[in-house]
Design a protein. Structure first.
Length: 194
């Protein structure tokens, strides 16, 4: 059934402690796939993993019912990706809000949801501002760009946002924080064409 999967590794592990891990898990047109990319603070790849597309059969869709999506995304794909990564990042970053809690749990570390915003820049890099929505912040990662919309897993303390802010601001000095998501997407597209 759904237990068969292949994890690919395309980038060799390199030394380094300051790294961010990016994860994408997507489901479209009846198939699911995912990838993770760990980069150093310059954006240089340290570890890349991906899953082959998983297309559940009609019988599997019937047997798993509404739990199929959660099972595939969290237990089969996300867990496989994170357990295969050899370079553990300081922070896991996702762009899908529903992955945030499982990412923290499975990744056994810090996790944050980041997305672009259309808001005016805050006063200084590193500034964090609550939005009024529970657990959602605006984070000014650099001094010029619009702030990023950020969220932490449920149960996180406000000081964790300050700690993650320091890490992300340091990384933003030498890289664009959301850009690795585009690279992962292009890599998945390229793998699909092979």
């Amino acid at each position: 059934m759904l237990s068969e999967r292949r994890i690919g590794r395309k980038v060799s592990q390199m030394a380094g402690n300051n790294s961010l891990g990016y994860v994408i898990v997507e489901g479209m047109e009846g198939q699911f796939r995912g990838a993770s990319l760990v980069v150093d603070f310059r954006g240089i790849p340290m570890d890349f993993r991906y899953t082959d597309p998983i297309r559940p059969s009609k019988l599997e869709r019937i047997l798993y019912g509404s739990a199929l999506d959660v099972y595939l995304r969290e237990e089969l794909i996300l867990e496989s990706l994170l357990s295969a990564v050899e370079t553990k990042p300081l922070v896991w970053v996702c762009r899908e809000g529903d992955l945030l809690q499982p990412l923290k749990t499975i990744g056994k570390g810090k996790a944050i949801f980041l997305a672009p915003s259309n808001s005016a820049p805050l006063e200084a890099a590193g500034e964090v501002e609550a939005t009024g929505e529970a657990g959602i912040y605006m984070l000014q990662a650099d001094s010029l760009s619009a702030p990023l919309r950020a969220s932490l897993p449920s149960g996180s303390r406000p000081e964790e946002m300050q700690e993650l802010s320091r890490i992300l601001v340091e990384a933003a000095e030498t890289m664009e924080l959301l850009e690795p998501f585009g690279r992962i997407q292009k890599a998945l597209t390229s793998l699909g064409e092979e």
